[in-house]
Design a protein around this ligand. Structure first.
Ligand SMILES: Cc1cc2nc3c(=O)[nH]c(=O)nc-3n(C[C@H](O)[C@H](O)[C@H](O)COP(=O)(O)O)c2cc1C
Length: 237
């Protein structure tokens, strides 16, 4: 079964990527996956994922992200240990350590570049990669709980480079329920910080489209229809 999945995935072409799930469905249905099938991740899929990372925005287009791809089993074990013993990571056939080579950022923007933009640039890269992986049918999880020194020494990261995240990739072997997400009313303010609008559905019309899409079995088509109907109803009022 797992081998069939891999064979199918190997045949992925640019046309198939074109036909992959759209961005809204991808955002809504991505989950952190921490259990993987015992099958390798084809290099072409990994290439697509790294490419997605490379296309993320970065401050001043500095593109400080660097990717260390780890397929060696012993090294995967060492890196998982450096990640606070998160040994579930060691089942993944490949890890990608996302690092920031922040020299240029430091030169252009000083301490803000070194400490703030470098983190943000890599975060944007990581999210692109997680979404690309999910779009290709792979699972991953953003891991940033690690002992920085241990990770540095495991894979030889120099002083002018900072590890930001470790991403295990593999074919998912678990179905993860939708995690609790705060409702939009709780996280959104109008005009000044803290100014909430509680009947936000009247203001934004369709504030929980992702919630509907992310529920298992709800397709983007259904969610889109509901959104459209809500919009029509609102317009008539
Ligand atoms: C900055 C950051 C660090 C994270 N570190 C870890 C980690 O070390 N281990 C882990 O299992 N999950 C980690 N996660 C994943 C979160 O636990 C997960 O995104 C969250 O529970 C929401 O679940 P979801 O990704 O399925 O939406 C991290 C996520 C972020 C954004």
């Amino acid at each position: 079964m797992a081998d069939e999945v891999v064979e199918e995935a190997k045949m992925i072409s640019e046309d198939e990527i074109d036909e992959a799930m759209n961005i809204f469905e991808c955002i809504a249905t991505r989950r952190s996956i921490r259990k993987f099938m015992d099958s390798d991740v084809p290099m072409e899929m990994l290439g697509t994922i790294i490419d997605a990372g490379r296309y993320a925005p970065s401050a001043g287009n500095a593109q400080d992200y660097r990717f260390v791809i780890i397929r060696n089993k012993d090294l995967i074990g060492k890196v998982s240990e450096a990640c606070m013993q998160q040994l579930w990571m060691a089942q993944a056939p490949v890890l990608v350590v996302v690092c920031s080579d922040f020299e240029k950022l430091k030169m252009y923007y000083g301490i803000r570049g070194e400490r703030f933009y470098s983190v943000q640039n890599c975060a944007a890269t990581v999210e692109n990669m997680l979404l690309a992986a999910h779009g290709l049918g792979l699972g991953s999880c953003w891991v940033s709980a690690f002992d920085e020194d241990a990770l540095r020494s495991a894979i030889g990261i120099p002083g002018n480079v900072r590890p930001m995240a470790v991403l295990p990739f593999g074919f998912p072997d678990e179905v993860v329920p939708v995690p609790m997400k705060l409702s939009i009313e709780n996280v959104c303010y109008f005009e000044s910080y803290g100014n909430r609008v509680w009947n936000i559905d009247k203001v934004m019309i369709n504030p929980d489209v992702f919630g509907r899409m992310s529920k298992a079995g709800t397709s983007i088509v259904e969610a889109g229809k509901t959104a459209f109907e809500t919009y029509q109803k609102h317009k008539k009022k």
